[in-house]
Design a protein around this ligand. Structure first.
Ligand code: SF4
Length: 374
């Protein structure tokens, strides 16, 4: 393992990297003007998201929210709706809160100081460094998984990359190689290079940095970065009921804090052990609604953090014929609403509920068109 790159080699490395970037950088929408707002949104959206998908979300977002003020003035539900499918909804909520704070504290313009940015909700060290370097051109280097991978190979870091010593080494050397005044290009070049050349399957034969790559010299590039033992995937089973009443669907709203906070879903249980149907009906009864299963609607699989969820859905019918208002009275304080089934697409829902809504209600739409009854 190399702990510091000599200055002369560092100069060669960074200039080869910048040359590569000027030839190969992708034409991404936020690279047209580098406005702080666009850079910020792109950085938050691209975390854990593939570039192509991120660009599509970014463009849709910018059409609806062209500036920070429009984000601040929107309701949380609409923000979540535009975020739906990207996952990690806490990021969207923080982004919304941060936009409000920027309007209140900074007149709608992102601050250009580390302290100002770091004081905004949800802006961690990475996002702050990304905005400072890419939007404001300040001499700092954001370190993401791409940058970690590149330096773990250049230096042949043989300890797990997320350990403090390895993280510090990457941060220090990434900063050491930064040519003063070139942070915008250098930061993006490192990330782009990690994504396009020094990826999980590195393209060493076409790599402009190969002459200085220690892992390549030793033939261990595919063993870098070293990962900690992967944590186990936890299987989870959930159960949910779909109730139609006067052509409306009953939805519950999740609590504001915790997983999928404030989103709307078909009422049920996040975690079930044993008989899924009985547990679901018991949960509905506890909420005030005695029901029976009309038909099982199948399952939806969904992965989140280190969980693998299998969600079971059932079409339910109440034991007694009740109007929407009667049902609302029985539910009391439980946050809920009735939504016309063809308007389900307008609400923010967790991905597994969205998938089932699309599957079941699209089918229903087709059945209606063909005069069938579901
Ligand atoms: S030689 Fe291979 S492993 Fe080393 S930096 Fe280039 S692409 Fe990455």
């Amino acid at each position: 393992m190399i702990t510091t790159i000599p200055d002369d080699i560092g100069l060669c490395l960074s200039s080869a990297l910048l040359d590569w970037f000027s030839l190969h950088k992708r034409p991404l929408p936020w690279r047209e003007h580098y406005t702080p707002y666009e850079v910020w949104i792109s950085e938050v959206m691209l975390q854990q998201t593939q570039m192509e998908r991120g660009v599509a979300y970014f463009q849709r977002w910018m059409r609806r929210f062209p500036d920070i003020r429009s984000v601040a003035e929107a309701g949380e539900e609409e923000i979540l709706r535009y975020w739906e499918g990207l996952g990690y909804y806490r990021r969207a909520r923080f982004l919304h809160q941060a936009a409000k704070a920027v309007v209140e504290r900074h007149g709608g313009e992102l601050p250009s100081s580390r302290e100002g940015l770091a004081a905004l909700p949800g802006l961690g060290a990475y996002t702050v460094d990304a905005v400072l370097s890419i939007a404001f051109g300040q001499d700092v280097v954001p370190v993401d998984a791409n940058v970690e991978r590149v330096f773990s190979r250049l230096l042949d870091i043989d300890i797990p990359i997320r350990r403090k010593a390895a993280a510090e080494l990457v941060r220090n050397e990434a900063r050491h190689l930064l040519p003063p005044g070139r942070a915008r290009d250098y930061a993006q070049a490192l990330m782009e290079f990690g994504a396009l050349v020094c990826g999980k399957a590195p393209k060493c034969a076409e790599c402009p940095l190969a002459a200085w790559c220690e892992a390549r010299r030793l033939g261990v590039e595919r063993e870098r970065p070293v990962k900690e033992q992967a944590s186990e995937t936890i299987p989870v089973t959930s159960a949910h009921g779909i109730l139609l009443c006067e052509k409306h669907v009953l939805l519950f709203q999740r609590p504001a804090s915790g997983l999928w906070g404030n989103m709307w879903e078909f009422p049920g249980l996040d975690s079930v052990a044993g008989d899924v149907q009985s547990a679901l009906l018991a949960a509905w009864k506890k909420a005030g609604l005695a029901a029976e299963v009309l038909a099982p609607l199948g399952t939806v699989s969904h992965g989140y953090t280190n969980h693998r969820l299998t969600a079971h859905f059932f079409r339910l019918a109440l034991d007694e014929a009740l109007a929407m208002q009667d049902i609302s009275e029985k539910l009391g304080d439980i946050p809920h609403r009735f939504v016309p089934w063809e308007k389900l697409g307008e609400l923010a829902m967790p991905a597994h509920h969205r998938k089932m809504a699309e599957r079941y209600f699209l089918r229903r739409k087709r059945a209606h068109a063909e005069q069938l009854y579901l």
